[in-house]
Design a protein around this ligand. Structure first.
Ligand code: GDP
Ligand code: MG
Length: 163
């Protein structure tokens, strides 16, 4: 049976950018389009010789402050339950935020395997955020740049034993 990877994390960290890179087709919407229904998006990913299913969690971007937390939790839990492995993404240029901590908590309680990714990792502006990510207690972060395709070899190394 083939592996399913869910990409989870708060809005704007770069989840859909990574999804698009893995799937190689424009299946995920990177920019907000009000009125477009989207929450979980599935595609067939290729990474080196690995083939797996990838789930992009979206649909949180239009939520107002009151509903964001509940929607975020429900959507993330659905994705986690569908997945064999979760890739939890933070924005290394911003560092760890209180919202990231909420995601980390959901994943610690619910996910079988978590791979931590510090995205937007290109350049020295990300150095501090990558270090902060260690403090989440989810292992060593992979330094990624979904936009520039950096760190994909590290991602491969983490996924290969699980695929
Ligand atoms: P999502 O809300 O988590 O799905 O995030 P998106 O994939 O829509 O990306 C949000 C923004 O971050 C977009 O403007 C992307 O171009 C940008 N972005 C994504 N990955 C990177 C990256 O590796 N480096 C930089 N600098 N920007 C990125
Ligand atoms: Mg997205």
């Amino acid at each position: 049976m083939s592996m399913t990877l869910a990409i989870v994390g708060r809005p704007n960290v770069g989840k859909s950018t990574l999804f698009n890179r893995l799937v190689g087709k424009r299946l995920a919407l990177v920019d907000d389009q009000p009125g477009v229904t989207r929450d979980l998006r599935e595609g067939e990913a290729r990474l080196g010789d690995l083939r797996f299913t990838v789930i992009d969690t979206a649909g949180l971007e239009d939520a107002n402050d009151d509903s964001l937390q509940g929607r975020m939790r429900r959507l993330t839990e659905r994705a986690v339950d569908m997945a064999d492995v979760c890739l939890f993404m933070i924005d290394a240029r911003v560092g760890v935020t209180p919202t990231d901590e909420i995601f980390a908590d959901i994943l610690r309680k619910r996910a079988d395997h978590v791979i931590l990714a510090a995205n937007k990792g290109e350049g020295s502006a990300a150095d501090a955020g990558v270090l902060e990510a260690f403090a989440l207690g989810l292992g060593e972060p992979i330094r990624l740049s979904a936009e520039h395709g950096e760190g994909m070899n590290d991602l491969y190394t983490h996924l290969m034993p699980l695929a």
